[in-house]
Design a protein around this ligand. Sequence first.
Ligand code: NDP
Ligand code: OXD
Length: 313
Amino acid sequence: MSLLVSIRGWSPDEWVARFRAAAAPRPVVDARESFEPASIHYAAVWMPEPGLLARLPNLKAIFNLGAGVDALLADLTLPDVPLCRIVNPDLTARMTEYVVLQCLMHLRQVEAYRRLQAKARWEPIDQPAATEMRVGIMGMGVLGQDSAEVLKRVGFRVAGWSRMPKTIRGVETFAGEVELGAFLARTDILVVLLPLTPETRGILNGGLFARLARDGALGGPILINAGRGGLQVDADILAALENGTLKAASLDVFETEPLPASSLLWKHPKVILTPHVAADSTPEALVEAVLANVALHEREGRLKDVVDRQTGY
Ligand code: NDP
Ligand code: OXD
């Protein structure tokens, strides 16, 4: 086998070095160098240049180095070979850290205390318990279910919304458009871990925010989006924060990334903003797992974690 590594948006050097060390003596090709397209059998990629994969006549499978495949599927020339995504305990644990951190930041009113600290003011604020807070997770896949487990353990009342119905112990579950209203109406903290697909694009808009619970213990609903920026309408989030439809937001992803310096979200006092780092992919955690999937394909002709191109995730 010969593996092509093509990475844009992250630094490729460490990935290429680690793939080379772990795959040796089999060749690993760095897409920044010149290579013979017909020599490539597998590709490990993150946001590769559109059209690149279509130029590989002997490609057998594509390994996306992140969990979300929306950027790859947006390449209309993507060859019709199996596409695998990352499902990995390291990435999952990182996302759960982010989600639990953000839920607790809002629950424990950390931003309000930071502002009081800046003024040297000793002013206790009424503090609801986690057991009073209803967290609703949109997207109950690998990441959503793990976050739900830990949030439950912390004491939050957790519900989940997915495309297909599910039964998850200790989690109230909702599915599809018909149950979206009931899910939103019982949600104080909305955590979004959906993939970006034609069905989910723009789903986080003013209309949806208006359907969230308004009788929660924190005095207004909170949005936490770590899925994809294309799920949200940035302008609607700003408007909802201004008119009180949303009390606060934690945003890791944005319609345009990097978020332009001119965006009002940067300095908004009700926004906790991070630059798409909720769950980083690292070569240390993932290279060996990708190569194990390649080996599985070579040995048994099957692959793990294959994306359904029909649903787009
Ligand atoms: P999964 O494919 O395991 O789960 C996706 C979930 O979304 C499933 O529960 C699925 O429903 C649900 N879903 C999809 N479409 C719809 C729809 N139209 N209506 C309702 N529910 C829907 O994905 P992961 O959990 O592994 O990852 C989720 C996303 O997180 C990724 O696609 C990526 O965009 C994002 N991500 C962001 C990162 C970051 O750093 N910010 C890092 C990693 C991932 P069902 O169960 O019924 O199929
Ligand atoms: C991913 C990401 O999809 O990092 O894994 O966004």
